[in-house]
Design a protein around this ligand. Structure first.
Ligand code: WT7
Length: 629
């Protein structure tokens, strides 16, 4: 895999990627194994959103993980798994063993009738089998859609129905900190609302009692016991779907972001290698969950394509105590550590005491992802975890981009606190004003767009291509719109300012305000609600809900019930942090809620509420201010 070694080389590659993107990308793609090479590197159209990378090439991504790596790295550890309970033994899976387990499970999938193109839902805890499940789907050409195991049965059912999945892979339960969480029973509940699922394969993890439905449900260990550890990889076209991952947007239900085989493979591997500057014997750890894109690209695919050793952690940073992350770093001598600002802030709040027995001296690179990292957290992370001498890569990207887009290259790009810094080679960001004019030069601020395709760009939103066009390619003609605000500073470094649409980022998780409102509105006494984000010390943004109710019960009782409803409809991650019962919402004469005002009140920023003269009901503003939490 090509690796950039100096800043001057970075600038050289960047220039090449601008002048001759096809030659830039084909050189990188050359280091992979292809069943058939491409006829043309790139063919694209941002108007109808038809994007073809490595046209007509044939491949299987798992052959690039296994067959391509096995000769040199068969006995190298591919995955180190650290269980929730530190007293349970970790598991080290070599490339050879992971390959065999993947083949075995691929055969099991085929035995259950899974074929190329079928959608398979993965709703599993952070165990090696979750990675094996993904890889086995990829091996047989099935399209996986991983659903974070913290989502509710309703959210799970919505995703199953949207992609018409044929199978669910799950576990009996999930160990998370001191809790044991039911998983299979959530699947059972979801499947009451689904008709496309033919079978469910259940991994035994917690050994809690579960119901198994005859003819539909099978134990993982039974499914693999009869299978061999050899399995031919399905030959896929470069643009065949690799996976669907659901993510929240500013309107309606989550969208199924579709990634395709070749482009995603090339981009996830290239960015992993270059951003983290991975060396052959390094141990790399990303703390994300495989239910999010970070887990897909930088726990599973990117590292394994590069022959890296990747750590998977089942538990949480606070169990059995708040030293857990640092204990794991020392235990496995982690060299690259990649986490979210929310985790940093939460641990920072415990001070330096939890670090006093940890050396952390193995660390070479530390990374941040998922939300803007504030300067205070940046310095704390850099000084106390990186000991002032590890480059900190602040990586900006999205589910839709498939891989890291804007980031320092570790040890190469000069660090600048709280700045994602420079685009990777091949990425051409532009800053636009609301009218779509490109703002050139330094010291400008606006909306972040990308004007040229990269290999792992979103191909479509599953089942609704028009939605993909409307959401990402219609705001600004000829460009992909990210939904983020950005500033280019006097040095030309980029600083991400956060979402400019109705999406909030809670602990690095993307949440559509409309989605949370819809959940709140399911409470029978709720008449209307409006949800906004507000600055939260740990979570980055908290969820603030304004709710109009028609109720005889006490406000406190209803508030508690609203929290329960959201937990039930979406999952605990979407629970409102603050709920304010109001008699009305500030609306324009055309009936649109003026969220700008609600955001200011939620942020305790009452001073300048801006122009309220166009409001239909200006009186309600006073009431909202007086009742603010
Ligand atoms: C949104 C994408 C990328 C994987 C995890 C989240 C925000 C992401 C950064 C960063 C500032 C960031 C953006 C983006 N975001 N990384 N380094 N600095 N903001 O993926 O759920 O698709 O969310 O996360 O607002 O649009 P996602």
């Amino acid at each position: 895999m090509q690796r950039i070694n100096s800043l001057s080389e970075y600038f050289k590659k960047y220039e090449l990627s601008e002048k001759n993107p096809e030659s830039f990308w084909s050189e990188i793609a050359d280091s992979f194994t292809w069943k058939k090479k491409w006829d043309k590197v790139l063919d694209w159209d941002f108007e109808n959103v038809s994007i073809n990378w490595f046209q007509n090439a044939k491949l299987n991504i798992t052959e690039n993980i296994f067959e391509r790596n096995l000769k040199e790295r068969g006995d190298k550890t591919a995955i180190i798994w650290e269980p929730n309970d530190p007293n349970e033994s970790p598991i080290h899976l070599t490339y050879k063993k992971l390959y065999e387990e993947t083949c075995r499970f691929s055969n099991a999938l085929r035995s259950k009738g899974i074929k190329k193109g079928d959608r398979v839902i993965i709703y599993m805890p952070m165990v090696p089998e979750a990675a094996i499940a993904m890889l086995a789907c990829a091996r047989v050409g099935a399209v996986h859609s991983v659903v974070f195991a913290g989502f509710s049965s309703t959210s799970l059912a919505d995703r199953i129905n949207d992609c018409q999945a044929k199978m669910v892979l799950t576990s009996d339960g999930n160990f998370r900190g001191s809790k044991t969480i039911p998983v299979k029973s959530v699947v059972d509940e979801a499947l009451e609302k689904c008709s496309t699922i033919e079978s469910v394969i259940v991994l035994e993890r917690t050994k809690q009692a579960v119901e198994m439905f005859e003819g539909r449900d099978f134990w993982w260990h039974d499914c693999v016991s009869e299978e061999t550890n050899i399995c031919d990889a399905e030959v896929l076209d470069s643009e065949d779907m690799l996976f669907i991952l659901y993510t929240s947007g500013s309107t309606g239900k989550p969208k199924g972001v579709v990634h395709s085989s070749a482009g995603y493979m090339v981009y996830s591997a290239y960015t992993f290698q270059n951003v983290f500057q991975y060396d052959e014997n390094d141990i790399y750890w990303c703390t994300a969950d495989v239910g999010w894109i970070t887990g897909h690209s930088y726990i599973v695919y990117g590292p394994l394509l590069c022959g890296a050793t990747t750590v998977m952690f089942e538990g949480v940073p606070t169990f059995p105590n708040v030293s857990r992350f640092w204990d794991i770093v020392d235990k496995f001598k982690i060299n690259q550590f990649y986490t979210a600002p929310t985790a940093i802030r939460a641990l920072q709040a415990h001070g330096l005491e939890p670090l006093k027995n940890n050396s952390l001296e193995s660390l070479k690179v530390i990374g941040s992802v998922g939300e803007p990292i504030n300067e205070e957290a940046w310095h704390w992370y850099h000084d106390n975890i990186g000991k002032g001498n590890c480059p900190l890569v602040d990586t900006w990207w999205q589910t839709e981009t498939g891989g890291i887009m804007i980031s320092a290259l570790a040890g190469i790009t000069p660090n600048k606190p709280a700045h994602a810094s420079l685009p990777l080679p091949g990425i051409h960001p532009v800053i636009v004003d609301p009218e779509g004019n490109e703002l050139v030069g330094n010291n400008v601020q606006g909306n972040l767009c990308i004007k040229f395709p990269w290999p792992s760009i979103i191909r479509t939103t599953y089942g609704d291509h028009q939605r993909c066009i409307n959401t990402y390619f219609s705001n600004y003609k000829g460009m992909y719109f990210t939904g983020d605000g950005v500033k280019r500073d006097h040095d030309g470094y980029l600083r991400i300012l956060g979402r400019v649409d109705d999406v909030i980022n809670v602990s690095g998780h993307r949440m559509g305000t409309a989605e949370v409102e819809n959940a709140i509105n399911e409470h029978e006494e709720v008449i209307e609600s409006a949800v906004v984000g507000y600055p939260h010390d740990i979570k980055g943004e908290g969820i603030y809900a304004y709710v109009i109710i028609n109720s005889q019960s006490s406000d406190d009782k209803v508030k508690g019930e609203i929290v329960d409803v959201v937990r039930r409809v979406i999952g605990p991650i979407a629970k409102p942090d603050k709920i304010q019962i109001v008699s009305g919402l500030p609306k324009t004469r055309s009936g649109k809620i003026m969220r700008r005002i609600l955001r200011k009140v939620a942020s305790n920023d009452f001073g300048n509420l801006g122009d309220t003269s166009t409001l239909l009901n200006p009186d309600v503003v006073e009431e909202i201010i007086n009742g603010a939490n």
